[in-house]
Design a protein around this ligand. Structure first.
Ligand SMILES: [Zn+2]
Length: 462
């Protein structure tokens, strides 16, 4: 495996943030060995397999900072509901009824969608035992994608109030959660040539005890495992912490040892200035999920302020019922637009910042910025190309603008992860697309039947 992808416009996201017109990236095995102007690279490496990327943007693969693999198969099953109903009446019920075959098919569907739309690395959380780790890990290894899987860790079956009780199928026991997370870590950390990482995925404050979260912090430090947790997603989260612990969420997270450079705080919608200071102090990351926040009506994360204060902000698509796609290009446009509308200031969250959120900031949040997140010599070859010949991408005068404001996941043409060509001219090479879509349709129908749920439109279906 050794390629010379040339004649494209390269958005490197390197330290100088260089954009190289008529550029080429040269790979050897899993690595980027060189990049520069096409004519120079072709002279220097005449024997490399040339991939013509004329009229293409070449850039680092996207890092989706917050994903639920198990939710791809319940896409469209919880629209237009508030978060508590969304969880208790639909998502918990459906996910509680998953079997291992559903867990695997949903992961396949999700990974297929991610790869075809340019996501080369993802961070998953709340991965429950009954989804079947083995099938999911094998899917990651076979597909070629890179992922950090956070095993669900829990000790309560409610969320914020006693009335919100999880479906029985979702409830797990604390000791078993930790034992399985550690076992997975021992068996799979770094598997597939640095493509599998095992993290801790505690349920949020209000649905986990303080003691459980303290234990998560201890295990994280002892084993160098990252923590991936939903944090201050809805106003009730903040009320809960203030009422029960008499302090703000940032201070609480520090006190119980949750904050560190490998902590992903997902959503962070209701963060206040004091919370932001604690997050910054510990170099934790806030994962912004703008589509989910708008769709579930959680509110606007203070992203302009987070960026101003130098907090690492990455970007995530979340899941099938809250987004309802796993398309990072779509998410970038949302991230770039919603804060302008909210603040009435068109210069906040500029397109360049959004590309950083989707690439290098995501890599940094996973402790992988020495390997991925930018196109640089010596880094792993996680590369995507965007075909700019479609009408909605012409003219491509400013590639940063094209990526953030005009392109969508279907414009992705080639995808390499660890130097392996996984998507070629829009076709997936490592997965059986037809079979996965067939299975997902059948199994999602069966799941709805088993769960006894109807998710049809309010309009009459005849
Ligand atoms: Zn989530």
């Amino acid at each position: 495996m050794s390629y010379l992808l040339g004649k494209g416009t390269i958005i490197t996201v390197d330290k100088e943030r260089r954009i190289i017109s008529d550029g080429a990236v040269v790979t050897n095995g899993n690595e980027i060995v060189d990049l520069g102007k096409t004519h120079e690279m072709r002279e220097k490496y005449p024997d490399k397999e040339f991939i013509d990327a004329s009229e293409h943007i070449i850039m680092p693969g996207f890092v989706d900072g917050h994903v639920h693999l198990a939710q791809a198969m319940i896409r469209g099953c919880a629209d237009d509901l508030n978060l508590i109903d969304w969880l208790a009446k639909r998502v918990w019920k459906l996910q509680g009824n998953y079997n291992e075959e559903d867990g695997k098919t949903s992961a396949e569907l999700c990974i297929l969608e991610m790869l075809k739309s340019g996501t080369t690395t993802f961070a998953e959380t709340l991965l429950a035992t009954h989804y079947g780790f083995e099938g999911i890990i094998q899917t990651i290894l076979k597909s070629g994608i890179r992922g950090a899987l956070a095993k669900s860790i829990m000790d309560l079956s409610t969320y914020a109030t006693k009335e919100n009780i999880m479906d029985r199928g979702m409830v797990e026991e604390e000791e078993k959660c930790f034992a399985e997370a550690l076992e997975m870590h021992k068996n799979w950390e770094g598997a597939g040539d640095d493509r599998v990482f095992i993290w801790l995925g505690p349920r949020p404050v209000g649905s986990s005890s303080k003691e459980l979260l303290e234990r998560v912090g201890e295990v994280s430090r002892e084993k160098n495992m990252g923590i991936h947790i939903h944090f201050c997603e809805v106003r009730e989260d903040v009320h809960f912490i203030k009422e029960h612990f008499n302090m703000g969420p940032g201070e609480f997270a520090e006190k119980i040892g949750l904050l560190g450079p490998k902590t992903l705080l997902v959503h962070g919608v209701w963060l206040e200035e004091e919370d932001i200071n604690f997050i910054k102090k510990h170099s934790a990351t806030v994962v912004h999920n703008p589509t989910c926040n708008m769709k579930v009506a959680s509110g606007f994360s203070p992203v302009p302020r987070l960026l101003e204060k130098g907090v690492n902000v990455s970007l995530g698509c979340d899941g099938g019922p809250s987004n309802n796609t796993y398309d990072m290009l779509w998410e970038m446009k949302m991230a770039a637009c919603i804060h302008k509308g909210k603040t009435l200031d068109p210069v906040v969250v500029p397109a360049e910042k959004v590309i950083e959120m989707a690439t290098i900031n995501g890599a940094k949040s996973l402790g992988l910025d020495h390997l991925i997140g930018s196109l640089e010599k010596g880094k792993r070859a996680d590369i995507v190309t965007i075909d700019c010949t479609a009408p909605h991408l012409v003219p491509d005068l400013n590639p940063v603008s094209t990526v953030v404001y005009a392109a969508n996941g279907q414009d992705i043409n080639h995808v390499l992860v660890n130097g392996q060509m996984i998507v070629k001219q829009g076709e997936i090479l490592t997965m059986d697309e037809e079979e996965i879509l067939y299975k997902a349709r059948i199994q999602s129908g069966n799941l709805l039947e088993r769960t006894n749920l109807d998710v049809k439109s309010f309009w009459p279906t005849i």
